[in-house]
Design a protein around this ligand. Structure first.
Ligand code: NDP
Length: 331
């Protein structure tokens, strides 16, 4: 095949100092696995930025290669499920966490983690969506499964300018829902309206001070990417028999609540975990993202960089100044 391959590698030395950068690694160093994929595109997520800085919550073994998303072509297969040349998408499971990830010319993974690239999406489009797009699709799917229909009224989306939040806004809009977006970035309010929000609320103007167990029931449903006080506020503001799909903790991990939203209003809190989402449902959602749910402006929703440019993006993600979804053109 080849003796070596380019990858972005994170190392820790004996003084426990973390270093990271592009290296040429021996091909034999790829982890064991039934399928080898030549990566064409990967993406940059907050979790990757943590991995790239050696964060112990994400990286447990060094050297490590970040990249929870990868799309490319199968080049070696020990499985009947995939043939050499098949275009595929791999997101999450252990990719970029326990297993060397997509910031590399090759990944080696299990067939159970792989989704065939659905017709209707290019490899590039699949990475523009990546874990952020798939997680958004899971959140929207949750709203639909809880019988919240477009005539129910405005669906609230928090962290709306983020990767997951902005895809939620557009997917809901595409499916005929009215969306109220909550965002702390005033400069992006107009952009959120262009992406499909009906209305934008400034996050900093929401009064989170009330500790009442129930607040006025404003929203039939919500998608929350922020967690913490905001999620507590949102759950207490849901109408009877509404639901909240909760996927993130950008604003905190604690949840201060009573049981009253659940037992007096029948509110459902649906936890969203994209990492171990079952492959059958994952494949079905990718299919939707390539057809009925396909966003017309996907190409314009991300900028492409090279592996050489990753360091800068990692820094901007870690210091929270990053604004644009970023994919990596690898080969
Ligand atoms: P981003 O960093 O792109 O967006 C997060 C958004 O949350 C920001 O744009 C901002 O939106 C808002 N935000 C950031 N910090 C705060 C804060 N301190 N208080 C309140 N709001 C804040 O992240 P993603 O969209 O990629 O992911 C969103 C969340 O979902 C993250 O916590 C991520 O870890 C999690 N996630 C979970 C997955 C799962 O499987 N459960 C999969 C993917 C992501 P604004 O300024 O518009 O308010």
């Amino acid at each position: 095949m080849t003796d070596s391959f380019r990858c972005y590698q994170v190392n820790k030395n004996e003084q426990k100092k973390i270093s990271a950068g592009l290296v040429s690694a021996p091909y034999n160093n790829l982890p064991p696995g039934a399928i080898t994929v030549r990566v064409v595109y990967s993406s940059v997520n907050y979790k990757d930025a943590l991995a790239a800085s050696g964060h112990p919550g994400v990286v447990r073994k060094f050297p490590h290669v970040p990249g929870i998303d990868a799309a490319g072509y199968v080049v070696e297969s020990d499985s009947d499920q995939f043939q050499v040349g098949d275009p595929v998408v791999v997101t999450s499971y252990e990719l970029g966490v326990e297993r060397w990830g997509g910031w590399a010319e090759f990944i080696r993974v299990e067939p159970e983690w792989i989704v065939p690239l659905p017709e209707g999406l290019t490899l590039k489009e699949s990475m523009i969506l990546g874990t952020a797009g798939l997680t958004a699709a899971m959140c929207v799917d949750s709203i639909i499964h809880h019988h919240i229909t477009p005539d129910a009224g405005n669906i609230l989306v928090t962290g709306a300018s983020g990767g997951v939040g902005s895809f939620c806004v557009s997917l809901l809009n595409q499916l005929g829902y009215q969306v109220t977006a909550v965002s702390g970035k005033h400069a992006l309010h107009q952009r959120l309206l262009e992406l499909g929000a009906t209305k934008v609320i400034d996050r900093l103007e929401i009064d989170l001070s009330s500790d009442k167990p129930l607040l006025k029931g404003h929203w039939p449903a919500a998608i929350d990417t922020v967690g913490g006080f905001l999620l507590s506020h949102v759950i207490r503001s849901i109408q009877p028999h509404g639901c909240v799909a909760a996927c993130g903790n950008a604003g905190g991990a604690q949840l201060d609540l009573t049981v009253f939203p659940f037992i007096l209003r029948g509110v459902t809190l649906d936890g969203i975990d994209s990492a171990w989402y079952p492959i059958e449902r994952r494949t079905a959602l990718w299919q939707k993202l390539a057809t009925d749910w396909k966003l017309p402006d996907l190409e314009s929703r991300a900028k492409a960089i090279t592996l050489e440019q990753v360091k800068e993006t990692v820094e901007s993600l870690l210091n929270r100044t990053h604004q644009e979804r970023t994919i990596i053109k690898i080969s």
